[in-house]
Design a protein around this ligand. Structure first.
Ligand SMILES: [Zn+2]
Length: 387
């Protein structure tokens, strides 16, 4: 059996212990006592050293705790040290979670159904499929007010039958470990917590996400919250600088610029169509009709975009008795258009030629498009399409 020192003193970071058993080439140690928290209850295991060797995993095996080390540890008596900044950070996140879960339950009746503590971000799942922004703001403000009130956080051991007023009833029998935040919360929990709410520092609620019928909310506490807020500020300040605006002006300015961009895109499309129409009329007028009164415009180009020339071909097809074939060399693509009274089916011709030359393409009787696998098939296809 391993005595869990963190149960009674979460602030003990150094300890001596006796090695009771070792396996896996002396890389898995069982000690008579430990301050290392094992992975459980959503909280990751502690890191640190045993006799100077890194601890890479800590596993709860029921009555004992296994310490997995990076190298063999052969001494029978060892000195160990928990990575304190990391542990203290997790204590802040964990106590912050108790606090915010209590606030959500008391203020809105939302119960916490699961929690997760990550290296960068932690989250809790609430039993509600929707949560309003005003509820998020209110819960965050309430939690930070309770942090400022410096409420004591104490651990007690109570028999399951006597333990009343728990936020979530425990399904365990016997002695329960109860973590209480003075006047706010009583929860059965085996994790590590800070001594008072003030030590949480600050709590920020962040992204929310719907997970099936529940809502997952990310949160950060302590130095993490300060680091996250700094990263947010620098990101927004960068946008503000690019817009020559203040940070507070950014949301309104980004929205109005998006709107302007949409309007500019619409205007751009309209102008492109007008230019294509003008060009088509110009080329149409310059093309001599054949004996049947048909105007056949053909060109091979090595510049310009497919979109641009497709607009031109569409404009051509709106003019009387016209067939237009444009090959774009860099894309090995061909656009064919035919006006309604031309008796030419652009799609049918394109289908026949792409099939013969191993290309891909098709379209309607008025407009068709195809692409060919190499320069040779593209060059052969162009005259077959009327180009
Ligand atoms: Zn806890």
């Amino acid at each position: 059996m391993t005595e869990r020192l963190y149960y009674t003193d979460a602030y003990q970071r150094q300890f001596d212990a006796r090695v009771m058993r070792r396996t896996e080439g002396a890389r898995r140690l069982y000690l008579d006592r430990t301050a290392f928290y094992p992975t459980s209850g959503g909280q990751p295991h502690d890191s640190g050293t045993i006799d100077g060797v890194s601890v890479i995993d800590v596993v709860d095996e029921g009555t004992t705790i296994a310490h997995v080390t990076a190298a063999p540890v052969i001494a029978d008596r060892v000195s160990a040290c928990v990575d304190w900044p990391r542990r203290h950070d997790l204590m802040q996140q964990h106590t912050g979670q108790h606090l915010i879960s209590a606030v959500f339950a008391d203020s809105f009746g939302y119960q916490t159904i699961s929690v997760h503590f990550g290296d960068k971000m932690s989250s809790l799942d609430l039993d509600t499929n929707t949560i309003d922004l005003h509820e998020i703001r209110e819960a965050e403000a309430r939690a930070n007010a309770l942090i400022a009130e410096n409420r004591q956080v104490v651990v007690s051991f109570e028999h399951a039958t006597d333990a009343t007023g728990l936020r979530k009833p425990s399904d365990r029998d016997g002695i329960l470990r109860i973590v209480s935040i003075d006047g706010v919360d009583r929860s059965a929990c085996g994790g590590t917590h800070v001594r008072s709410t003030a030590e949480i520092g600050v709590l920020l609620l962040r992204r929310q996400e719907k997970i099936r019928k529940n809502t997952r909310i990310e949160f950060v506490c302590g130095q993490r919250a300060a680091r996250r807020a700094r990263a947010d500020y620098e990101a927004i300040a960068g946008i503000a600088h690019a817009l020559s605006a203040s940070v507070d002006e950014v949301p309104g300015l980004v929205n109005s610029q998006l709107q302007q961009l949409k309007e500019a895109e619409t205007a751009g499309r309209r102008l492109a169509t007008e230019i294509a129409d003008l060009r088509a009329r110009e080329h149409y007028a310059a093309t001599e009709p054949d004996a049947n009164g048909m105007r056949r415009f053909a060109a091979r180009l090595d510049t310009g975009s497919l979109d641009e020339w497709r607009s031109f071909a569409i404009a051509m097809s709106t003019l009387p008795r016209a067939v237009c074939v444009i090959g774009i060399g860099v894309a090995r693509s061909v656009v064919v258009s035919a006006s309604e009274d031309s008796d030419v089916d652009a799609g049918a011709i394109m289908k026949r030629v792409t099939a013969a030359e191993g290309g891909r393409g098709g379209g309607s009787a008025r407009l068709a498009q195809g692409v060919f696998p190499d320069d040779e098939s593209f060059a052969r296809a162009l005259p077959l399409l009327g180009g």
